[in-house]
Design a protein around this ligand. Sequence first.
Ligand code: SF4
Ligand code: SF4
Ligand code: SF4
Length: 250
Amino acid sequence: MPGLGDCRLQALDYHYQVEGGKYSRRPVDYPMETVNPLIIRDFSRCILCGRCVQACNEIQVNQPISFGYRGKESKIVAAGDMPLKESDCVFCGECVQVCPLGALVEKKSRYHWRPWNTEVIRTSCPYCGVGCQLNLHVKDQRIVKVIGVEDGAPNNGRLCVKGRFGYDFIYSDKRLTAPLIKENGQFRKATWDEALKLVADKFRQIIAEDGPDAVAGVSCARSINEDSHQMQKLFRAVFKTNNIDHCART
Ligand code: SF4
Ligand code: SF4
Ligand code: SF4
């Protein structure tokens, strides 16, 4: 695992009690890149191991980064040495996950995460039916970092931008906490029993008056596969209509 306070090189340095090398340190003139929305690149920490390039090109197959320049000028570059945001980078964060140092850091986690002060909770990504496995790093009841579970299907460590970075919505005060029923143009809070009975009664009424093809269902892209399966069962086997679809990923 990479990141601030979780440096594999530092750990090996400590393990082998390294006291200085026979090679002089490579001077670094490249400034830290902080303009990207989600990832900070600190070239002063990069050891040019190439893990980010390999992960991006061969695991995620996105290919915006590569080795640039030669000799002591060497650098991991994007789009001919532009900021990541100017390249084809999709900000999946796979490079951050494989970087053994703190050369690539999640912008949102910076100053908020240390491996020893967070609790790790495994869960499934809530965004789509792929069901990628996540390790949430939680501090003071808030998620501060997300890492893909490396030894588990279906993602084996990989995540897309939504699964890795899209967790702020959890803390939005705009989230619905109860069903809403619209009456006279206004929404009012309702209980689940009341809301489900209303929906069931409306379906029964419409089907009785106009037949099963008068109703249609769209399964949410964020539903798990099992829920989408149940949804099509409800429409096909219970309502007797094939008017069932699945909305595009959001
Ligand atoms: S965030 Fe993803 S697409 Fe962008 S450089 Fe890293 S691995 Fe490649
Ligand atoms: S994985 Fe990290 S240390 Fe290795 S080349 Fe990429 S940025 Fe540099
Ligand atoms: S949104 Fe992305 S990370 Fe989440 S389950 Fe789907 S593919 Fe995986």
